[in-house]
Design a protein around this ligand. Structure first.
Ligand code: PMP
Length: 280
């Protein structure tokens, strides 16, 4: 059963009314997380909570009862949902207050959450890979914060969708940063390459898991910048995210990646990743 939660209350879906002067709504003044539960366990839950805590800190939102209280809300929500495989979407905003750019005084942050059934990736996408477009990265300078402000991401993803593609791979000054809602990896020879962490990209939790499985599987991984040309000439390409897991990319701007089907290292990394989610 889908669950909704806002500020201490679990509600029937559709029942929650967010105040008009909620700052998340008016300014995108908040941060969020998306967590996947597999078999009743939150995959890398601690890492998601750590990132949420950091994001909140970066935009100067104080979590009144700490991150532990948020963990309890998540666990209660999943328990109430009765679902073992679900997505938890959780957002923390600076709260509701008369509209003013300045931080409100004496306003408590709002916490909202939904728990929804997980939708397994269509087998066809896993087997055949997805198509992507390349798109200018038009976002702000602090993309390491998982902020609610997703307008450039939404516009890029919609452009991809309208061209029959799954994702938009973003680039700035000729360098690839990440994709509109996922991190990006390329393979050249026996080496997996991904953009290094910086303020320009979100430190993806799935990215972190892929780094771990490469480590354990003795797969060479380099964190370095690469160009759009390198992306297009890569032997293999894949994107990672909580909802896309490890997903092969087989077409970029209408041209096939190498042979046009998912590469062996991508398949191996996906298998190792899925084994991890199964044991979580
Ligand atoms: N980059 C961006 C811009 C994203 O929105 C996401 C998905 N939240 C990711 C990367 C992947 O992060 P994660 O693996 O933590 O879901």
């Amino acid at each position: 059963m889908t669950i909704e939660y806002i500020n201490g209350k679990f509600l029937t879906p559709g029942e929650a009314a967010v105040p008009v002067e909620e700052r998340g709504h008016q300014f995108g003044d908040g941060v969020y997380e998306v967590i996947r539960f597999y078999g009743g366990t939150g995959f890398m839950l601690k890492e998601h909570l750590d990132r949420l805590e950091r994001s909140a800190e970066e935009i100067k939102i104080q979590l009144k009862d700490g991150i532990g209280a948020i963990q309890k809300i998540i666990e209660e929500g999943v328990e109430r949902s009765g679902m073992k495989d679900c997505y938890v979407y959780l957002q923390v905003t600076r709260g509701a207050a008369p509209r003013n750019h300045l931080f409100p005084l004496d306003t408590e942050p709002s916490i909202a959450m939904t728990v929804k059934p997980a939708v397994p990736l269509p087998q066809e996408k896993v087997n055949e890979g997805v198509s992507v477009i390349t798109h200018p990265d038009e976002r702000w300078a602090n993309c390491y914060i998982k902020s609610l402000n997703l307008l450039p991401n939404i516009l890029a993803k919609q452009t991809a969708y309208e061209q029959g593609c799954y994702e938009a791979v973003l680039h700035k000054d000729g360098r690839v940063t990440e994709a509109s809602s996922s991190n990006i990896f390329i393979v050249k020879g026996d080496t997996v390459i991904t953009t290094p962490l910086s303020r320009e990209i979100l430190p993806g939790i799935t990215r972190m898991a892929v780094k771990d499985v490469c480590d354990i599987g003795a797969i060479r991984l380099e964190e370095r910048h690469f160009t759009v040309d390198e992306l297009k000439q890569a032997d293999e390409v894949f994107v990672t995210s909580t909802t896309s897991e490890v997903l092969p990319v087989t077409k970029i701007d209408e041209k096939p990646v190498k042979g046009g089907s998912p590469g062996n290292l991508t398949k191996l990394i996906r298998e190792l990743f899925c084994a991890r989610t199964a044991e979580s």
